[in-house]
Design a protein around this ligand. Structure first.
Ligand code: GAP
Length: 525
């Protein structure tokens, strides 16, 4: 895998973040990665379709995750549970009663916000002030020590105190479901509506995020079922089936990828927050008391997986949760630097034995593990890794899209995707549409297409064809020219370096295998 981080020469970095984000969205549409859902009817808010290239990229990301989690771990297996589940599942999991967002409306703009997001954004602004102080001081003093500065500077200490106070108040308010206090925090922080600029807020109230529908022909309450808001519960209810039939020994994991649905209120930021999205989750069942070790293990393992994509280590960071979900005793996010700032990409949660115990109670079926070493049965604890495939797609696409200056003042748009994830592994060009070159190009295509997704292009100059492939992330362009007819070699042009080399046609398969397969990425883990 080549490290594609060429952002030092990226003209996009000079754009305002919102303009760059607009570029990402329009590029996605222009090249067939992502379309608004049912666009001919003006689209459906926070729902998107993946086009011909998006579907390929998404499939490759999913495959890399699946292979890294399942194929590379003898003690992790994968399943594919249904989207519809018995409605009691969601009573037991706590989603019916507690899968809520605290909402608040601004009475002047009539806009609705998530109260927790308003508070988090206000805290982030205070954090920015600290960062600015640190930046100013680092310019002033030689041998600047940021840690020392943060622990001694009065203004910074004041800001930090405020952040700690707000976080503590917010955590307590949410844990006690004290929505009046949540509103009071918004009032005390003097948060204004970004649209109306006013502080004229309604009370905060809870809103359940699950979509419901009815099963069978009679639509009454008894037939109400939910579209799953997370894939995890499909794993929990199958815990015993998999453990027994797979003769799994603790510690072991069950992984799955699949659609999840949430009636998101603040549905914006393109595919970052969608109403229908795909999750890739793994529940790791462990002996009670060992969960923190495994939690640390999976925190590191998952960050490594993201780093293996080569999009820049400075683009990822951990964020430990202050407000824990009802099922967790520790939780953190791996955040990614999206065009609109650092935001959650993946969650690592130590979920205790909450889910299995709840399902045990509601179903009346024992969900335990007999530990032969201890000669006793217990309900396993669970460490979960949960990443949104669409969000991951956005993180990769937005980090990979660059505008690279070229000699002579020109520039090229290039999607520096990890080669193994690129929709096409190579594009094959006959130099001209005559002299037997298309026939030779097609015969190369016929041999390689069993193992590689390939594009074929014979229109326009080779330069223009290179640009088209650069913009969709194709790592290699193979040109068949007159010399090919004589010595059975072709030129292979590298997307990142733009250098060309001559390679024997018989070597192409090995060349692409070494550089563009998921296996090549897995080896870098
Ligand atoms: N099973 C745990 C769980 O679902 P979560 O933090 O609610 O935890 C996990 O979601 C991941 O799913 C998030 O880190 C994010 O990547 C993705 N995700 C959640 N809601 C999403 C949405 N509305 N649109 C896109 N991705 C979403």
């Amino acid at each position: 895998m080549s490290n594609q981080s060429t952002s030092a020469t990226n003209k996009n970095t000079n754009l305002k973040p919102e303009d760059f984000f607009k570029n990402v969205i329009s590029h996605s549409k222009e090249y067939g990665f992502i379309f608004p859902s049912s666009e001919i009817y003006d689209g459906l808010s926070a729902v998107y379709d993946y086009g011909q290239l998006g579907a390929e990229l998404k499939k490759n990301i999913r495959e890399y995750w699946w292979k890294a989690m399942v194929q590379m771990h003898e003690n992790i297996v994968g399943i594919d549970a249904a989207i519809f589940m018995h409605p009691t599942t969601w009573k037991a999991s706590g989603h019916v009663d507690a899968f809520n967002d605290p909402l608040i409306d601004n009475k002047d703009s009539k806009k609705r916000y998530r109260a927790d997001v308003l508070i988090e954004d206000a805290v982030a602004k205070i954090e920015d002030k600290i960062n600015k102080e640190v930046e100013k001081a680092s310019k002033r003093f030689e041998n600047f020590d940021a840690t020392m500065f943060k622990s001694t500077n009065a203004r910074v200490l004041e800001y930090q105190k405020k952040i700690d106070e707000v976080n503590e108040r917010f955590k307590n308010a949410m844990n006690a479901n004290n929505l009046e206090e949540v509103k009071q925090i918004i009032v005390d922080l003097e948060i204004v509506c970004p649209i109306s600029g006013s502080r004229n807020w309604t009370d905060v109230r809870q809103f359940n995020l699950m979509f419901s529908t009815s099963i069978g022909s009679v639509s009454d309450e008894a037939n109400t079922i939910y579209l799953r808001p997370e894939t995890a519960q499909g794993i929990f209810v199958n815990y015993l089936n998999v453990q027994k039939t797979g003769r799994m020994k603790i510690p072991f994991g069950i992984a799955q990828t699949g659609k999840a649905f949430r009636n998101e209120i603040v549905a914006r930021q393109f595919i970052f927050r969608m109403r229908e999205f795909e999750q890739m989750e793994m529940q790791f069942f462990v002996k009670p008391g060992t969960e923190m070790e495994w939690y640390e293990y999976w925190k590191k393992a998952r960050l490594n997986w993201h780093l293996s994509l080569g999009l820049g280590s400075d683009k990822y960071r951990y964020h430990d949760h202050i407000k824990l979900a009802h099922y967790a005793n520790a939780a953190c996010d791996i955040e990614h630097q999206f065009p609109f700032g650092f935001k959650e990409l993946e969650g690592i949660h130590s979920r205790t034995d909450f889910d299995l115990k709840q399902h045990q109670e509601y179903s009346g079926k024992k969900l335990q593990y007999f530990d032969p070493e201890l000669n006793e049965s217990y309900v396993p604890y669970v460490v979960e890794t949960s990443v949104g495939l669409d969000r991951l797609f956005l993180s990769i696409l937005s980090s990979a899209l660059i505008e690279e200056p070229l000699e002579g003042g020109d520039s090229r748009t290039v999607l520096n995707l990890p080669a193994a994830l690129a929709p096409y592994k190579a594009a094959i060009f006959p130099l001209v549409k005559k002299d037997g070159l298309p026939e030779l190009a097609e015969s190369i295509m016929t041999t390689l297409k069993f193992d590689f997704m390939l594009a074929y292009d014979e229109k326009d100059t080779v330069g223009k064809r290179y640009r088209r492939q650069d913009a969709i992330g194709t790592p290699f362009c193979i040109t068949v020219d007159h010399q090919s007819l004589e010595d059975n070699t072709v030129t292979v042009r590298d997307r990142v370096t733009m250098k060309q080399e001559r390679i024997a046609i018989s070597q192409l398969h090995q060349f692409l295998t070494e550089r563009t397969t998921i296996q090549s990425l897995l080896r870098s883990l």
